[in-house]
Design a protein around this ligand. Structure first.
Ligand code: ARG
Length: 568
């Protein structure tokens, strides 16, 4: 099934060829309905290139445009835009096709990639804090969309389970551990001993040396320390798993940093042999002397004390993903502060002749109401599990208000869908680089660009069908006589145009904005056009529009990793 946008783009290309003009300009959705449904700035682009008058070029294009089957005669507007307004018959036909299409018009890609997406990737013995939610939720949504587009996707959780923090953790485990507290809340206790050891090490060089010794023993595979490390990892993984279950996130593989540990010496040796790395002040580094802003920022791949680091691990990770996993595309989702690190890693890979498409997908921070990094009152990071629990409690009181006599189990399930959905959507509806303020009241509001608003629109449609109490029959031909109907139908047809664009620039917020517009369009339609009380053929057509709206909302939210309740 072809979208209007794709169809018009083809017709524009043909017209340009027929008018002896080079291919230029795209077809975009019109921002303002007064200017039709689609537009192109091709004439403006070409006029500038050729030093001609835009409106004259536009006229030449229009004369060759063969669009009667889709549009009213195209109009020249403003400085030289060409505007297209869809014909009712074309809209009716396309919308009817959409009704029968499982994929709601979204074509699969004709260039499927083998993608590995590294997202979430929390650290052992450190709490998964609310900051990790961005990478987790963003990565999951991108994975869902890429998969829906027909790409082959491996979701990898690159857990931070092998770092210098373990020197402190093991020292803390041996000297500061409170067993009862560990049983109560393992992560909180691991964090406490880590912090305690860290403070002691800062104050006392002897403790610092002791921590370092514990780390060296662990790295040498000494049994006791290795067993402690294993327990810490298992405890942390258990907590991550619980969060993933609540969040409905799944990974195909979880290759933590420790997985690469025994591959690190060979990485350094290889880079030294090939001449890409060199010794510098006792460390081994890769220099980027020919890249001006990296010239004085070498990447250390072996520290002066002989230890390997985060960068060494990431070089080995690239090897594994391209070699073992046979991936041609690598997406890594982390906060913006890791930009330099991944530029260096990708540059090393390029120098080693690896040709994969590397993308570092960065995100901004979550702020508290005071517009500073979100923290608890005592200044700690806010634990993700507390945020998720509170989201569900707050959603629950929303349901208690609206639907007091709903059965308990149903309330609990709906509270989970709404609470978790609200947190995810608050994140995904923002451009990923934007720092946003975390606000319970806003994200759980039934008004505005929120998950509950979209879920409520879906629930409304479902209640129409419950009221109708009948199987809906898919009409053979939709009739879209009322402007309320055609505005909604156009919006429904645009789902297939919007979804593929999300992966350009990795912006689920574009899909969120679309769904918000769709829900608004649905409410306007519903106000203007009675559904169950109208006569045929309007009644079946309107029911069909309702059905399509529900399906697009459900699918769209699913691509964001958000569920829909049937009632709320
Ligand atoms: N564990 C890291 C952190 O919490 C993120 C890891 C990202 N992936 C990678 N291949 N380095 O910041």
């Amino acid at each position: 099934m072809e979208t209007f946008q794709a169809l018009l783009a083809q017709k524009l290309s043909a017209a340009l060829t027929a008018a002896d003009l080079p291919d230029a300009g795209e077809i975009t959705q019109a921002r303002d309905p007064r200017f039709g449904d689609y537009q192109t700035s091709a004439a403006l682009v070409l006029a500038k290139q050729r030093g001609e008058k835009p409106r004259t070029v536009a006229q030449r294009i229009i004369e060759k445009l063969e669009v009667v089957d889709v549009c009213e005669p195209p109009q020249i507007a403003g400085a030289g835009f060409i505007n297209f307004t869809l014909r009712r018959a074309a809209l009716e036909q396309k919308t009817t096709e959409l009704l029968r299409d499982e994929r709601l018009g979204v074509a699969t890609t004709d260039a499927p990639k083998r993608i590995v997406i590294d997202f979430g990737s929390p650290n052992v013995a450190k709490p998964m804090h609310v900051g990790h939610i961005r990478s987790t939720v963003l990565g999951d949504s991108l994975a869902r969309i890429a998969e829906f587009m027909g790409h082959n996707v491996v979701r990898d959780n690159h857990i931070g389970d092998w770092g210098t923090q373990f020197g402190m953790v093991i020292y803390g485990w041996k000297n500061l551990l409170d067993r009862a507290a560990l049983e109560q809340d393992p992560i909180a206790e691991l964090v406490r001993i880590y912090k305690g050891a860290n403070e002691a090490a800062t104050a006392d060089p002897a403790v610092r040396d002791a921590c370092r010794e514990e780390l060296v023993k662990l790295q040498a595979g000494e049994a006791e320390n290795f067993a402690i490390w294993q327990q810490c990892t298992a405890l942390s993984m258990g907590e991550f798993e619980r969060a993933y279950q609540l969040l409905d996130i799944h990974y195909d593989i979880q290759r933590g940093e420790s997985f690469y540990n025994d591959r690190l010496p060979a990485v350094v040796e290889r880079l030294c042999t090939s001449g890409l790395a060199e010794k510098s002040e006792g460390a081994v580094c890769v220099f980027f002397r020919d890249i001006p802003d990296l010239a004085d920022r070498p990447c250390i791949i072996r520290k002066r004390d002989g230890g390997y680091n985060y960068a060494t691990t990431d070089v080995a990770t690239v090897d594994y993903r391209i070699g073992d996993l046979q991936r041609d595309t690598i997406w890594i989702v982390t906060g913006a502060p890791q930009q330099l690190h991944f530029r260096q890693i990708f540059e090393i890979a390029r120098r080693e002749g690896r040709n994969a498409d590397f993308r570092h997908i960065t995100h901004g921070s979550i702020l508290g109401e005071d517009r500073k990094l979100m923290k608890t009152r005592s200044g700690d990071n806010v634990a993700l599990k507390d945020v998720l629990a509170e989201a569900i409690v707050r959603a629950r009181s929303l349901i208690d208000e609206k639907n007091a006599d709903m059965p308990e189990a149903e309330k609990a399930e709906i509270a989970r869908i709404i609470g978790i959905g609200a947190v995810k959507y608050a994140d995904l509806s923002q451009y990923r680089m934007t720092d946003y303020v975390f606000s319970w009241d806003r994200m759980l509001s039934l008004q505005g660009n929120t998950a509950p608003y979209l879920q409520n629109a879906y629930v409304r449609v479902q209640s129409i069908f419950r009221k109708a109490g009948e199987q809906i029959t898919v009409p053979n031909e939709l009739v879209l006589a009322d402007p309320g109907e055609s505005v909604l139908a156009k919006c429904l047809c645009q789902f297939a145009e919007v979804v593929p664009t999300v992966l350009n620039g990795f912006r689920p917020n574009v899909l969120a904005a679309y769904l918000f517009e769709l829900a608004n369009g649905f409410h306007a339609f519903y106000e203007a056009c009675p559904v169950l009380k109208s006569d045929e053929p309007a009644r079946s057509s309107r029911l069909a529009l309702c059905n399509l709206t529900a399906r697009v909302l459900q699918r769209g939210l699913e691509l964001l990793g958000i569920g829909v309740p049937e009632k709320m």
